[in-house]
Design a protein around this ligand. Structure first.
Ligand SMILES: NC(=O)C1=CN([C@@H]2O[C@H](COP(=O)(O)OP(=O)(O)OC[C@H]3O[C@@H](n4cnc5c(N)ncnc54)[C@H](O)[C@@H]3O)[C@@H](O)[C@H]2O)C=CC1
Ligand SMILES: CC(=O)C(=O)O
Length: 368
């Protein structure tokens, strides 16, 4: 049965905006307001944690930033190095400890601790090591900030987001994986590079189900969805450049359309991390911006749609088992506020379900 529309949910033309989004399937809870004081904790101060921390500082996203790592000297060194930039940055209190008490009262906890891949290694290969690490991280972190939103970045990010959800006991709207927000940026960069346009003009025009069998058009960013990994899915059918659907754009520019060329771009997205890792040993800057971009939408209640890892069962025909993977999700102060019901082609939907099955199979070995 459809929910009746309240006056506040009616958009221009009397469209019931609340109907555009699916609600998360689990019970939800909204964190208390920040009372004007925003605290972010970053767990793991390696390459990724520090790229995220410095982006948070330069973008003025927190009043207080707590850093936690298992290595006390490295941790103190990183804290001091950031504190010494105080004269050049908006005022933020920075603290660091190996003890989770430093994270008490966080609005957002970003977890980056964990083993990372060596060149050629799959993200899924890291699973066992990082699950064990999460057993020591997530319970104290959630106890110190029972109302926080957890953002998982450590790999394999989709399975570890599921693990964090299980270990925290939080409602699913407050457990988010950074997912394919990063892959989608790589995707937009590669398409823009291919067409010699600005990455910000690479958009996605989606058909969104407003009510049963009534569709509205929603212009957003071009998305990769599914696993942050080899089985990710590029939503080619919706991609537009400067308002022109990409396939017609290619024809207009007399660039011969070959499905293979598009597949190559998606393959390049999937292989991006490995390329950077084999060149510099790790990836850091892009994930730093990606995580800060998500932190802004959440803490400033921007209600923006991002492709992030969320509890996905029930959406797009994804089966019964609990699985986290990236879908276009509406993010705000309550975490995941909804998942957009965008129109996928049959092939895209099938690939998304395959991606869910890949993650499910890995997860089933965990016994959580
Ligand atoms: N989701 C994504 O898009 C991305 C995910 N990653 C993942 O992020 C993770 C971190 O990568 P890097 O920062 O490059 O690795 P890193 O080795 O530079 O840093 C890991 C940090 O975790 C700390 N750590 C280890 N055990 C800990 C524990 N029990 N408690 C607290 N801290 C602990 C280490 O001391 C180290 O400082 C990896 O799993 C990597 O695959 C990396 C890039 C992008
Ligand atoms: C390492 C990783 O997951 C990435 O850069 O995409």
């Amino acid at each position: 049965m459809q929910k009746s529309a309240s006056a506040s949910s009616l958009g221009p033309g009397g469209i019931d905006l609340s109907q555009i989004f699916f609600k998360p399937t689990q019970n939800t809870s909204t964190p208390s307001p920040t009372n004007g004081h925003t605290k972010i904790s970053v767990i793991g101060t390696g390459n990724v944690g520090m790229a995220i921390a410095q982006t948070i500082l330069t973008q003025d996203l927190a009043d207080e930033l707590a850093l936690v790592d298992a290595k006390p000297d490295k941790l103190r060194g990183e804290m001091l190095d950031l504190q010494h930039a105080a004269a050049f940055l908006p005022r933020t209190r920075i603290l660091a400890s190996t003890d989770y008490s430093a994270t008490v009262g966080s609005d957002l906890c970003i977890v980056t601790a964990g083993a990372r891949q060596i060149p050629g290694e799959s993200r899924l290969n890291l699973l066992q090591r990082n699950v064990e690490m999460f057993q020591g991280i997530i319970p104290p972190l959630s106890r110190c900030s029972p109302d926080t939103i957890l953002m998982i970045v450590s790999n394999p990010v989709d399975v570890l987001t599921y693990v964090a959800w299980k270990l925290s006991g939080f409602p699913s709207n407050r457990v988010i994986g950074s997912g394919t927000n990063l892959d989608s940026s790589r995707f937009r960069f590669l398409i823009a590079d291919h067409l010699d346009v600005n990455a910000q003009d690479v958009q996605g025009v989606f058909k969104v189900e407003e009510v049963h069998n009534k569709w509205q058009e929603l212009s957003k960013e071009a998305y990769i969805v599914g696993e942050h990994g080899d089985s990710s899915v590029a939503l080619w059918s919706s991609i537009s450049v400067g308002g022109v659907p990409v396939l017609s754009f290619l024809k207009k520019q007399q660039i011969p359309y070959e499905k293979e060329a598009l597949e190559k771009i998606h393959k390049a997205v999937v292989e991006s991390a490995d390329e950077v890792i084999s060149l510099k040993g790790y990836t850091s800057w892009a994930i730093g911006y990606s995580a800060a971009n998500l932190a802004r939408s959440i803490l400033r209640d921007q209600r923006k749609i991002h492709p992030v890892s969320v509890l996905a069962n029930g959406f797009y025909g994804i089966g019964d088992g609990d699985v986290f993977l990236s879908l276009p999700a509406l993010l705000g102060r309550g975490g995941v506020l909804g998942v957009t019901n965008v129109h996928l082609t049959d092939e895209e939907a099938e690939r998304l379900r395959d991606s869910a099955r890949t993650i499910s199979e890995v997860q089933s070995q965990l016994g959580l």
